[in-house]
Design a protein around this ligand. Structure first.
Ligand code: P6P
Length: 290
């Protein structure tokens, strides 16, 4: 089952092929390097290696005019005219949750395909996907048509679920940040949710979001007292994951509005509070925080 848009299909096929190599390439690349990413986070060898692999392959695709990554300061212009209507742009988190590499826990790769120059709004997405490096390597892909789940083996993808939607009855929740650093209004909301749902928080967004997609619930990394903008990046994490969850029948929010409607104002590494999950839970959150 290929994607109807040929450029998106090429991105997805490239991601499927690369994800198999990334998973294999994690071995021997667990060490920290003496570098920080543009968000000031320590990088591991695998962060840099995965970014270089994806940058080389995705920026070479006809129809891709820009490549941006959480691991690099500047946008790569891939030739073509990003400002024109025919050049898609890709924003990538090559290895989301790479700190989990040290503890050998789940991690992911996130790719957003925008029909606009970067930084772009989530509404400009035409597709978004995440790869989950769990016991099995899987990919969840959202396009304008549907959400599908694939198993990735040998560089190929095999569809295992189509028309993926969040279950109606939520089961799990996961909230990032240290509890003493939560705002009073968010703490009040979290205390309510804790009495209703089961805690699932693994320190890598993709592992936690996939729990929400599978069982229903909410994942969030709120704005904190010490950092009101939160930790996660709008362009590389918030918007693509928000797009996937909204295409799967859920909602996304920055605490006030859909992540897809947030106008980037501070460049491609802009942070945002991120909440995704079942619509009633997000609606309650926005009411609580208003
Ligand atoms: P904390 C990983 O570093 C990440 O960007 C997300 O994947 C994850 O949800 C979050 O940060 C974890 O942050 O503060 O719990 O370590």
């Amino acid at each position: 089952m290929t994607v109807s848009d040929p450029v998106v299909e090429t991105v997805v096929a490239t991601l499927s092929r690369s994800a198999t190599e990334i998973r294999q390439g994690l071995v021997g690349r667990r060490g920290a390097v003496d570098e920080e990413n543009p968000s000031g986070e320590t990088q591991v060898e695998a962060d840099i290696w995965a970014d270089e692999l994806l940058a080389e392959r995705l920026s070479a695709i006809d129809g891709i005019s820009q490549y941006a990554s959480e691991e690099r300061e500047a946008i790569i212009d891939c030739g073509g005219d990003a400002a024109s209507t025919d050049g898609y742009t890709v924003a990538v988190d090559p290895l989301d949750g790479s700190s989990n590499l040290t503890s050998n826990n789940a991690m992911g790769t996130i790719v957003g395909v925008y029909d606009a120059p970067l930084p772009a709004r989530g509404e400009d997405l035409v597709a978004a996907a995440y790869v989950l490096y769990g016991p099995i390597t899987t990919m969840l892909l959202a396009t304008e048509d549907t959400v599908s789940e694939y198993e990735l083996t040998g560089g190929e993808r095999r569809r295992i679920r189509e028309d993926v939607t969040l279950p109606d009855d939520p089961v799990v929740y996961g909230f990032g940040g240290r509890v003493p650093d939560w705002t009073d209004t968010f703490t009040e909301y979290a205390r309510e949710i804790e009495t209703e749902l089961k805690l699932r928080y693994g320190g890598a967004m993709i592992g936690d979001v996939n729990q929400v997609v599978t069982y229903g619930g909410i994942f969030g990394y709120p704005g904190l007292e010490s950092r009101p903008e939160g930790k996660l990046r709008l362009q590389f994490e918030g918007s693509p994951i928000g797009y996937i969850i909204e295409r799967a029948g859920g909602r996304s929010s920055n605490g006030e509005q859909s992540l897809l409607t947030v106008e980037p104002s501070e460049g491609i590494h802009e942070r945002t509070p991120v909440f995704v999950g079942n619509e009633p839970l997000i609606d309650r959150l926005e009411t609580q925080l208003s």
